[in-house]
Design a protein around this ligand. Structure first.
Ligand code: 4EZ
Length: 230
């Protein structure tokens, strides 16, 4: 099987490359893709660069060019749900684009005509995550993830995202990956470890915890790949 493992920033995939060690680098569309042979599978690891557009290009390339049949995203996020602390893991049950706004036409925030507001992730992959968490004796949360082309660093915006989307975490790529995978019938899983609280201290917290939280997320995805790869 061909499995995609994607991050947004180089820090989010570095722990994966360090773990798998042996990889082939392939350049495509001004981006680098790392091919790893693992069991009877091929893993394609890449970081997209931040934001929905870059994430769309990379997810689409992983599926349409490299032929990946499943996609696992690993990275960090800001906490919207205040029970989520630095380093905590959350996977997206569904995702929405919080910055998509045609509300003037009477539609809800995040709504796309012929689409909807939320994209659901793969129940099968989410169940594997629950099993892995039990095996590792760690806690993982499930929740709605909001995505937009903004680094959220204000309580006001955070509260608006919480009440509008009932979201637990905030980041800048997940919903875009979800739209691509949904359209191309590719099961996907979006995992994030908390790096900040999306408040006025978020940029400092992000800089401090990006690497350590990215490592937590990547470590979990590595355990999952072990169960997903066939
Ligand atoms: C985007 N990622 C942040 C990239 C920031 C700075 C050079 C995750 C993230 C995030 N996104 C962590 N905390 C966030 C927040 N508070 N708002 C949005 O996926 C790059």
């Amino acid at each position: 099987m061909k499995i995609a493992i994607m991050g947004a920033m180089v820090e989010e995939i570095e722990p994966l490359l360090e773990n798998f060690k042996d990889y082939e680098e392939i350049v495509y569309g001004k981006n680098r893709y790392y091919k790893v042979l693992y069991k009877n599978s091929e893993l394609y690891i890449a970081y997209s660069k931040i934001g929905k557009v870059n994430a769309t290009l990379t997810a689409s390339t992983l599926i349409q060019h490299f032929g990946c049949e499943k996609l696992l995203f690993s990275g960090v996020a800001g906490a919207i749900d205040s029970s989520l602390k630095i380093g905590d893991l959350i996977y997206a049950s569904s995702l929405a684009q919080h910055d998509l706004d045609i509300t003037i036409f009477g539609h809800p925030h995040g709504y796309v005509p012929e689409g909807g507001v939320f994209t659901n992730s793969s129940k099968e992959l989410n169940n594997i995550a629950k099993e892995v968490a039990i095996d590792l004796k760690i806690t993982i949360k499930e929740g709605i993830v909001a995505t937009g082309d903004q680094f959220i660093a204000s309580n006001e915006k955070k509260e608006w995202i919480a009440k509008t989307f009932n979201a637990s975490a905030i980041e800048m790529e997940g919903a875009a990956v979800g739209v691509v995978c949904d359209a191309l019938n590719t099961p996907f899983f979006i995992l994030r470890a908390i790096s900040d609280a999306a408040d006025m201290d978020a940029s400092f917290s992000f800089d401090e915890f990006l690497k350590s939280s990215a490592k937590v997320s990547a470590g979990f995805v590595i355990s999952m790949v072990n169960k997903v790869a066939k």
